[in-house]
Design a protein around this ligand. Structure first.
Ligand code: TRP
Ligand code: ZN
Ligand code: CA
Length: 438
């Protein structure tokens, strides 16, 4: 990154933090203050996640080659996960149910503390099919949320929300365990769950990077993480409702999640942007005996585990954007004369949940010798464009004005941009500053 870009980003970060702590006024290039808005999400060690997968593989090998509902390998998997959580200070609950004549188990783990009326829950099914050990499906999600929970414990995290993790039984028989959990939650407990994050197959050997298209705040949180990595994502379309988020969604709980692909085929365009092999399934060992420890793409597993921690840390700390909260970018951005390209000035909004208000205010300060040249747009984090100014105001110079935008369909978290294009030759200028107020 060039010096000017990195300086501009540093300035924006400092200003965004100043917005959350109105009493501080850091200089544009100052180091980030010690009291950051929320603790930094950890990098989840891939080796730890893989060590859990090694254990799940050993459990399957020792128990007839699978970890399926009603089989010894399933209960041994539950015992493994539960022992780790108990040792790390979680309050664990084993919930039993009956399916196809066999006892099934859900494991629920609560991290003590946080607002009991606002619960952020993450879950993964722990059972395999009978055909194989189920390491990508779904040792991958199970191991990643286990390691995220252990990272919560290592960090001594004290989140705003109450954190809960769940490992579901008998998903492969039709989401039996997660349905049982949701259906047996009293109505008052259901309304306390502010979000449910689902992870089912996140280390596919020929991976795609899919984000569930459901609750916009959860979806944007995962997209923000991947945008930071510079890795493109797609909306998950391989069968909506085919995993344990479905019963939560049916109960009116906001849901989201990640997925790296099952038996659908990777297209040429997908191989182009993600690597891997086009014309081949994301997971050729889906539901078969070869879904072993070898059936994992380490990069996908690593990225998705880190994305889970990012989401738990940010959504767990987030509160609705306070009305009147402002974020500003005061870095100058020069606007090339027509027919030059549009330029933009970004503002990162983080640490909040929910949408922007219908009365979102945008203060624009552009220094220019002829404002009738300018087309000025607000671009929301999801790319929606709101036109603020379209060459009006004729032969006056600077554009210094406040606009009110109905941005109520936009998630507040993410990168907002002021985009400016010069549409007529000769006169020139620059973005002096701009500010967004929720
Ligand atoms: N739930 C399926 C299984 O365990 C896998 C799957 C297929 C899936 N399509 C999905 C998971 C979409 C999440 C999202 O066999
Ligand atoms: Zn699965
Ligand atoms: Ca011009």
């Amino acid at each position: 990154m060039s010096m000017s870009v990195s300086r501009r980003l540093a300035a924006v970060t400092a200003i965004a933090v100043a917005g959350l702590f109105a009493s501080t006024a850091p200089a544009a290039l100052a180091a980030p203050p010690a009291h950051a808005a929320a603790p930094t999400p950890p990098d989840i060690p891939l080796a730890n996640v893989k060590a859990h997968l090694t254990q799940l593989q050993s459990i399957a090998t020792a128990n007839g080659g699978n970890r399926a509902h009603g089989r010894a390998g399933y209960k041994a998997s539950i015992d493994y996960v539960k022992a780790k959580l108990d040792a790390a200070g979680f309050t664990t609950t084993l919930q039993t149910f009956t399916s196809s004549g066999a006892t099934g188990y859900n494991l629920i783990a609560d991290w003590p503390g946080g607002d009991p009326n606002s619960v952020l829950m993450s879950g993964s099914h722990l059972d395999s099919v009978t055909a194989g050990p189920g390491i990508n499906d779904n040792g991958s999600g199970s191991a990643a949320i286990l390691e995220t929970a252990l990272a919560v414990s290592r960090a001594g995290l004290q989140p705003t929300k109450h954190l809960r993790f769940g490992w579901w039984g008998a998903e492969e028989l039709g989401m039996v365990g997660s349905k049982y959990y949701v259906n047996n939650l009293p109505a008052a407990e259901k309304t306390k769950i502010s979000g449910y994050l689902n992870f089912d197959m996140i280390g596919s050997p020929n991976p795609g990077y899919f984000v569930y298209d459901d609750d916009p705040t959860i979806e944007q949180t995962f997209k923000n993480y991947y945008a930071g990595l510079g890795v493109p994502t797609e909306i998950e379309t391989e069968g909506d409702g085919r995993s344990d988020h479905a019963p939560f969604k049916s109960a009116g709980i906001p849901v989201g999640g990640l997925f790296s692909g099952a038996d659908y085929t990777k297209t040429a365009a997908q191989a182009q942007k993600w690597g891997g092999t086009s014309g081949q399934a994301f997971d050729r060992c889906y539901h078969s005996s070869c879904d072993t420890s070898a059936n994992i793409n380490d990069t996908a597993l690593d990225r998705n585990a880190d994305a889970i921690a990012y989401a738990v840390w940010t959504l767990g700390a987030a509160t609705p954007v306070p009305p009147g909260q402002s974020f500003e970018n005061t870095a100058d951005v020069s606007i090339p004369d027509s027919p030059g390209a549009a330029v933009n000035s970004p503002i990162t909004v983080s640490g909040v949940t929910g949408n922007a208000p219908a009365t979102t205010k945008v203060d624009v300060n552009i220094v220019h010798t002829y404002r009738g040249d300018l087309v000025v747009d607000l671009v929301a984090p999801d790319g929606t464009v709101y036109n603020l100014h379209n060459r009006s105001g004729g032969s006056a110079d600077n554009l210094v004005q406040t606009y009110t935008v109905n941005a109520s369909s936009e998630v507040a978290n993410g990168v907002w941009k002021l985009q400016v294009k010069d549409a007529a030759a000769q006169d020139v200028g620059y973005i002096n500053s701009w500010k967004i107020t929720f």
